[in-house]
Design a binder for this molecule. Structure first.
Ligand code: BES
Ligand code: MN
Ligand code: ZN
Length: 504
């Protein structure tokens, strides 16, 4: 999708396939709709007061309206004026894009950007969020359909935003960022949605290599079994052993275009490292999961997908400093070689781990990736993982769970989430929870009992992150949707990309 801006005071003169104008729930017209109404001899006002209720995200299409040049005037409901905030604005833009997709149009023009938005969001933030929302309306999964319906593929290529001259450059910048983030989300979604017999650890490795071919700023290294053994990743490999599919450890590097010395002067502290959980299928292993909804454990690599998606976005935006991505990928399967409850394994850090439940495998693969991260002398390490069902119980599918050893890092991530409508909620990491991870037979147990499961999982990871400022995002509730809308959401690519943008 492409987004551009145009400045004009005469929206009624725009010749296009579809032009969007906002209407509030009480029938009040947005400023742009008001101009159009006058050009159309007051007909809009009558419709807005009558059959169109202005419910947020609803649309009504008027064709060949006298006095306006557009083929279709798309009235978009804005909801109550006093509740029209950045999120409502993004919903309205998404509704217009969704209409354009369903009408099989290639281009639309939106006047919604000139709506007054409640709250502190800047024009750049609003434009970015609007582009993310609109971009997402064009996502369509058909990779594994027997007969993909080419006609069902969205044709929408471009949305033009009408803005005031003073807003044009901020809007353009926000739209560009939003378009890149939407691209990253689409990659994350497709990887998440692909079934585990297609999206294997080797497949993720190939996708990372493909990114490196597409973008010059990205270099990638895909480590295989032997190389992972040489690194001493005994915890990660113990999970991988149970599966026929061989593991992969993916190292991505985005080099900022500025020369290294210059970048160093600006950010003395080293790169940000993103670490993704890449379990391509989580059966639970010997501690096997119940059958109901087990298919959804193909989404257990959504952390890894968000790392690849974020790299896609930041490469497209040519982010001017170094970012490292690490993905630890394998399957968690029951077999004669699988981990047994009670097994003790030695992690790359040297700490031994008693595996009391083989279904707590995410932390077993992440701990070795977190130890590997030390070699980059990072300014910050952020891991992203569909780590615990307990996090879904605590926060549902609204907020991602955020755990951090560093307040500044936590605040920056919370702010980035707010800014991109991809919110996170900070959770505790008190030392007192560490007691639950005591083992009689190893340095640490891999589960901490039924209480505070999301917290003890984070506490486990914290044992491996002493060398740098660290944050952990538990996306178990936010990475995908269940039920009729089953599918990957692309979260938290917006949060991560925005966090990186804000550092630049
Ligand atoms: N991938 C799951 C977490 C998960 C479960 C995410 C359901 C979304 C929905 C993770 O590997 C897991 O199985 N965690 C266990 C940990 C427990 C054994 C301590 C869980 O949450 O039940
Ligand atoms: Mn599991
Ligand atoms: Zn898992």
């Amino acid at each position: 999708m492409e987004f551009s801006t145009q400045t004009t005071a005469s929206p009624h003169q725009i010749k296009t396939a579809a032009l969007a104008a906002g209407v509030y729930a009480d029938g009040q017209l947005s400023p742009a709709a008001d101009v159009l109404d006058r050009a159309a001899g007051g007909r809009l006002r009558a419709i807005a007061k009558g059959e169109f209720r202005g419910r947020l995200g609803s649309t009504l299409v008027l064709r060949d309206l006298q006095g306006v040049a557009t083929q279709r005037l798309v009235l978009v409901g804005l909801g109550k004026r006093e509740e029209y905030d950045a999120r409502a604005h993004a919903s309205a833009e998404q509704a217009f894009a969704a209409y354009c997709v369903s009408a099989r149009l290639t281009e639309g023009v939106s006047t919604l950007a000139s709506n007054e938005v409640k709250g502190a969001a800047s024009m750049r933030d609003r434009a970015r969020a609007a582009a993310i929302a609109a971009g997402n309306a064009t996502y369509h999964y058909d990779a594994t359909l027997g007969k993909p319906d080419a006609d069902a593929r969205p044709k929408l290529r471009k949305i033009v935003q009408i803005v005031e001259r003073a807003d044009a450059s901020a809007a353009q910048q926000g739209l560009k960022e939003g378009a890149a983030i939407a691209q990253g989300m689409m990659l994350a979604k497709t990887l998440g949605n692909l079934p585990a017999n297609v999206c294997t650890p080797a497949y993720l490795g190939e996708q990372a290599k493909k990114l490196a071919r597409e973008f010059k700023s990205i270099k990638v290294q895909v480590l295989e079994q032997k190389q992972i053994e040489a690194l001493g990743m005994g915890s990660f490999l113990s999970v991988a052993r149970g599966s026929y599919e061989p593991p992969r450890f993916i190292v991505l590097r985005h080099a900022g275009k500025a020369p290294a010395a210059k970048t160093k002067a600006k950010t003395p502290a080293g790169p940000v490292v993103l670490v993704g959980k890449g379990i391509t299928f989580d059966s639970g292993g010997i501690s096997i999961k119940p059958a109901a909804n087990m298919d959804e454990m193909k989404f257990d690599m959504c952390g890894a997908a968000s790392v690849l998606g974020t790299f896609r976005a930041l490469a497209e935006l040519d982010l001017p400093y170094e970012v490292i991505g690490l993905v630890a990928s394998c399957e968690n399967m029951p077999s004669g070689r699988a981990n047994r409850p009670g097994d003790v394994v030695t992690s790359m850090s040297g700490q031994t781990i008693e595996i009391l439940n083989t279904d707590a495998e995410g932390r077993l693969v992440l701990c070795d990736a977190l130890t590997y991260a030390e070699r980059f002398k990072p300014a910050a390490v952020i891991d992203i993982a569909t780590l615990t069902g307990a996090c879904v119980v605590a926060l549902g599918s609204v907020n991602t769970g955020l755990f951090a050893s560093d307040d500044e890092l936590a605040d920056a991530l919370l702010a980035a989430g707010k800014q991109t409508l991809d919110p996170a909620w900070r959770m505790p990491l008190d030392d007192a929870y560490q007691e639950q991870l005591k083992s009689n037979f190893a340095d640490i147990a891999n589960i901490g009992g039924p209480k505070a499961g999301a917290v003890t999982a984070a506490c486990f990871l914290s044992r491996f992150t002493k060398a740098y400022p660290w944050a952990h995002l538990d996306i178990a509730g936010t990475a995908w949707k269940s039920g009729n809308d089953k599918g990957s959401t692309g979260r938290p690519v917006p949060l991560l990309a925005q966090y990186l943008l804000n550092r630049a």
